[in-house]
Design a protein around this ligand. Structure first.
Ligand SMILES: *Cc1c(COP(=O)(O)O)cnc(C)c1O
Length: 409
């Protein structure tokens, strides 16, 4: 008899986006002719840029002849991509990393979900709230999160609320924690931390011997100079932080798959007897055992984002989305809504009017404006009273959605 990993049974089986789809479908059944616009999508919509497509065609042709065919690649990723990352992402910010501190992945979701395997089940974890659900759920799967209580909190997780009251800047934990998940620019709130605010977290980690898992999936959307693109811009971070990157939102790779994780050699963890061990060789070992590399074609595609044309083309697409974000923020503020984020991220975090619940406001927007948003409470207890809107739509559909919302209010 095979016994189930009971921790999986603790995960709630109602998934946020399935619940949303159910409610949207219920609406469409009753109003089959109504055109519904989604501002809830967490996926990009613009196609891959020409430089990337060209690189993929070329890589495909290479795979077609025996001389240039590539089979299994290095589990850590090809040197051409690791070197392009060092040269284009880190050196311009005066961050000096070695090639073997960069691990190419098939995206940041897998790595942010898997990295917790390297630490014992009884470490304490802290998360900002609201939060990208992967961080908690992956910890729940090995029993580290405890159980989910009635009020939506996991019993063993330390929550750091981010709300309008604290300007979406989480307070340092009252107690010592072992691991802290930070994601900036943030999904879902679209807010950021300044260099000084992030510095406090690095100092906390140094003082408390804690690890920071830093998700930088949206760094390409940053528009302001005082917001760090990488936690390694902060002195001392290379001793305490692991950083996750993705080409998904940067270059539209959500369907293509490529990302990378930075594991500096100085980051160490402790044995029960107090011996310090670097995480870098452990992650290398984990990847060599469980991961067989990202496809050659995807890695050539990622490399192409660093060419002059590639850089210019992906920048154009990000500007396109950020133009939506600006329009949305301006229009929604114009009708008196409290709107956060959207300045350095493709997400807007909108406070519901008159203390309505997230789901109530979701339904109001759906039934009155025929616009779909994402209820904030789905991202954690502190998301109650907010909804998330995304800037990933087309200009035309975004404008139309705004007009409908404006007409209703
Ligand atoms: C979209 C997103 C990612 C990227 O995930 P991929 O697996 O690389 O597509 C990572 N973190 C957050 C918070 C995201 O929203």
């Amino acid at each position: 008899m095979a016994l189930v990993n009971e921790h999986f049974l603790k995960l709630p089986n109602n998934y946020l986006f399935a619940d949303i789809a159910k409610k949207v479908n219920a609406f469409k059944t009753v109003h089959p002719k109504t055109d519904v616009i989604s501002l809830g999508i967490g996926d990009v919509t613009q196609p891959l840029c020409p430089a990337v497509v060209e690189a993929m065609h070329k890589a495909t042709d290479e795979m077609a002849t025996m001389q240039s065919f590539r089979g299994y690649g290095p589990e850590q990723g090809y040197d051409f991509l690791r070197d392009a990352i060092l040269k284009n992402e880190f050196l311009p910010r005066s961050i000096h990393l070695d090639r073997d501190e960069i691990f190419i992945s098939d995206g940041a979701k897998s790595d942010t979900g898997n990295f917790q395997e390297l630490i014992r089940w009884d470490n304490s974890i802290a998360v900002t709230d609201p939060i990208y659900p992967v961080y908690i759920d992956s910890n729940a799967m090995i029993g580290r999160a405890g159980i989910k209580t009635e009020d939506g909190h996991w019993s063993n997780v330390i929550y750091l609320p981010c709300t309008a009251e604290n300007g979406f800047v989480p307070a340092l934990p009252q107690q010592r924690v072992d691991v802290i998940y930070l994601c900036y620019p943030n999904n879902p709130t679209g807010t950021t931390l300044t260099r000084n605010e992030l510095k406090r977290w690095v100092q906390y980690a140094q003082k408390n011997d804690a690890l920071i898992f830093f998700d930088a999936a949206y760094e390409a959307y940053i528009q302001h100079d005082d917001i760090p693109h990488s936690i390694y811009e902060i002195k001392g971070a290379r001793k305490v932080a692991i950083e996750f990157h993705s080409y998904s939102k940067t270059a539209g790779f959500t369907g293509l798959r490529c990302g990378y994780t930075v594991v500096p050699k100085e980051v160490t963890v402790s044995t029960l007897t107090g011996e310090r061990l670097p995480l870098n060789p452990l992650w290398n070992r984990r990847q060599c055992t469980k991961f067989n590399g990202t496809s050659y074609i995807s890695q050539r595609a990622a490399e192409a984002t660093y060419t002059t044309e590639g850089q210019q083309q992906i920048r154009q697409t990000i500007d396109y989305y950020m133009q939506n974000a600006r329009r949305m923020k301006q229009a929604l503020k114009g009708i008196g809504l409290q709107v956060y984020g959207g300045d350095d991220a493709p997400y807007l975090w909108v406070q519901t009017p008159e203390h309505m619940t997230s789901w109530r406001f979701f339904e109001q927007l759906l039934y009155n404006a025929h616009v779909v948003c994402t209820p904030g409470v789905g991202f954690g207890p502190s998301g109650e009273g907010y909804v998330r809107l995304t800037a990933f739509g087309s200009h035309e559909r975004t404008e139309e959605a705004l007009e409908r919302i404006l007409r209703f209010y």
